[in-house]
Design a protein around this ligand. Structure first.
Ligand code: GAL
Length: 396
């Protein structure tokens, strides 16, 4: 017999830091009498999880709640497969405390369909403190300063850039490199998908920078999981990792302290702007027997103290604007302040790599070109031309 209050949850939080954060949610629900049925699908960025989800929905048996990003949520909503959280959302006033940039994905047709658990951002660099000290001690603020630090790390005999060769990881770095050419350029190319921006000189320069970064990775980078790249920086074998703030979860899990063992900076040249992605639990239409637990889960996720407890561990920042920053470390406090600043300045933009800039077809077209260029299959001019073409075809 199924438990009266059970939620089956599909997610890709399987690394050490991710699992620790997930545990906060699991325990919170268990304390409210909701049983957790786990459906983990490993693979950073969630591509494999989305494939598993399609199979479940096709079989007519969707899980209760599914971790999902941006436009993927809208796609499922369009197909009429998602439930309705308005009863809880209205009673708890979600409209007033969840930023509009997130609501764009959590709501469809006036209905709340997903509960946002956090806000991550992709334009971060995580640096081993001792390796930085050995390379002059000053965190880079510009692209040129970063190249100097990377060169020194190389001369010091470590792998300057810890990277995992998977398309989504290259795309995550690409988010930051595009943003380093200016927020207007990020918006024109990644959000508006303007062909001139996608194929022009600035995009060629973006690819030149990607090629430069490629020269700092080790020989074994191909296929490496992102958390193993984080481990290289944690252990001092790698100098830095360019990755979203889920990487912080790995440093914390390993007992490392910001400012002492590692340093977090915005990707040089992107200060004042944020490319974000928000993990949300989209809720599928389920039978009446499961609705109570589903609503309980949605409500638990939006609870302000849960938002604090969870995001402190995950490396992200709260999805609500009214959560105090007291419990967060310096990187978390910076993340919250940066988000608020970018939101005010109009420089808060969705991450292409993590499904918040464009629908999956366009995202996958970007992945393909970025990863082929990174692996030396084409030069920078050819890559910019291919990018514009691939995006135009994917847009349909
Ligand atoms: C992101 C997700 C994060 C993190 C990362 C690596 O797409 O938003 O929560 O888990 O993938 O798996």
């Amino acid at each position: 017999m199924a438990h009266a209050d059970e939620v089956e949850v599909l997610h890709w939080w399987t690394s050490g830091g991710e699992a620790a954060a997930l545990d906060v949610l699991k325990k919170d629900l268990e304390s409210k009498g909701v049983t957790w049925k786990d459906m983990p699908v490993a693979g950073g960025g969630g591509e494999a999880a989305m494939t598993a989800l399609r199979a479940r929905v096709t079989a007519g048996n969707p899980p209760t709640a599914v971790q999902a990003l941006g436009f993927d949520i809208t796609d499922w909503a369009k197909q009429g497969t998602l439930g309705d959280l308005n009863e809880v959302a209205t009673a708890e006033g979600w409209d007033n405390v969840i930023p509009a940039a997130l609501q764009n994905f959590s709501k469809y047709d006036g209905k709340w369909i997903a509960a946002p658990v956090n806000v991550h951002s992709t334009n971060w660099v995580w640096i081993n403190k001792a390796a930085l000290d050995a390379a002059g001690g000053k965190a880079p603020e510009t692209w040129d300063e970063m190249v100097v630090v990377l060169d020194k790390m190389k001369a010091n005999g470590i792998t300057p850039l810890a990277h995992g060769g998977q398309a989504w990881q290259e795309a995550t770095m690409f988010d930051a490199v595009v943003l380093s050419m200016g927020p207007d350029f990020y918006k024109a190319s990644m959000i508006d998908l303007d062909p001139a921006a996608l194929s022009g000189d600035k995009m060629v320069e973006v690819f030149n920078r990607m090629a430069k970064l490629r020269s700092y990775v080790d020989d074994n980078f191909s296929g490496r999981d992102w958390n193993l790249a984080s481990a290289m920086v944690i252990e001092g074998k790698g100098g830095m990792q360019m990755m979203g703030d889920w990487a912080k979860g790995e440093f914390l899990k390993a007992g490392k302290k910001p400012g002492v063992d590692f340093v977090c900076i915005r990707f040089p040249g992107t200060q004042g702007a944020v490319t974000f992605n928000s993990d949300q639990f989209m809720m599928f239409k389920v039978g009446e027997d499961k609705q109570k637990a589903q609503l309980l889960m949605a409500s638990a996720i939006e609870n302000p103290s849960f938002q604090s407890a969870f995001n402190v561990v995950k490396g992200s920042v709260p999805a609500r604007t009214d959560v105090p920053n007291d419990a967060f470390d310096d990187c978390g406090k910076k993340g919250m302040a940066d988000l608020a600043e970018a939101n005010t300045k109009g420089t808060l933009m969705g991450s292409m790599a993590h499904g918040h800039a464009a629908p999956a077809a366009v995202k996958n077209a970007v992945y393909d070109v970025v990863t082929r260029h990174f692996n030396g299959e084409m030069d920078s001019a050819a890559a910019a031309a291919a990018l514009a073409e691939a995006v135009a075809a994917a847009k349909g």
